[in-house]
Ligand binder design. Structure first.
Ligand SMILES: [Fe+2]
Length: 213
């Protein structure tokens, strides 16, 4: 049942490639108190194991947006201790549609800070993780702030690029279940919405990326 529980946390599915831009940058952020836990993650503190079974659904692509920068430092901890924001630990595995783990791949992450701003001068809240031999990754960061896209806030999201030898680059975004701005967002794909849970002062989320074998 544990595997069923874990798989229930996954956000798999085919999605269409959306070519629109991400939206303009704004320093105006929205409150994050509407983020609510939906599923309690029963994982231990260690990295999640590779699931015993997997789905054939390839992770959906999502817009890159205008704030990607090459050259992010290799690191899995994006938040300094004095950075404002709710702490987030995001873990998961990278695998193929044949359930094969993909180790040695790069997961390039970029996101807004708690105020909804991207660091376009440096590499704050940007980092490149490397999956281990079992395809696992473990990201320590904060829940991103929202920012205005025109007259509407985009829901909190984390930008991702997955680079693995022999596979096309996957560019996507991860979203948070319970964000009131998910509904009606022009870019969101429901299969990219993460289940998450609050454990004390830490928000935990799980997402497994699947590339076509
Ligand atoms: Fe964004």
């Amino acid at each position: 049942m544990r595997d069923l529980t874990r798989r229930s946390l996954l956000g798999f599915g085919f999605g269409s490639l959306i070519l629109a831009a991400c939206g303009s940058r704004s320093a105006t952020s929205a409150p994050r108190d509407a983020l609510i836990p939906t599923t309690h993650i029963d994982d231990e503190d260690e990295l999640p194991p590779v699931p015993m079974a997997c789905t054939a659904a390839v992770t959906a692509r999502n817009i890159e947006g205008p704030f990607y920068k090459r050259g992010a430092p290799h690191r899995s901890v994006l938040a300094d201790p004095d950075d404002p924001g709710e702490r987030l630990r995001l873990t998961g595995v990278l695998q193929t549609t044949r359930c094969e783990p993909i180790g040695g791949a790069t997961i390039d992450v970029w996101q807004a800070n708690a105020a909804g701003d991207y660091d376009n001068d440096g590499f704050r809240f940007r980092g490149a993780l490397t999956t281990d031999a079992k395809g696992r990754y473990d990201l320590r960061t904060i829940v991103p702030g929202r920012y205005l896209n025109g007259e509407r806030y985009r829901p909190a999201h984390i930008h991702i690029k997955v680079r693995a030898r022999g596979f096309a680059v996957l560019t996507t975004q991860l979203y948070f279940a319970g964000d009131p701005y998910n509904d009606g967002d022009p870019f969101i794909d429901d299969t990219l919405i993460m289940k998450h849970a609050v454990e004390g002062e830490l928000r935990r989320a799980r997402f497994d990326f699947v590339l076509p074998a």
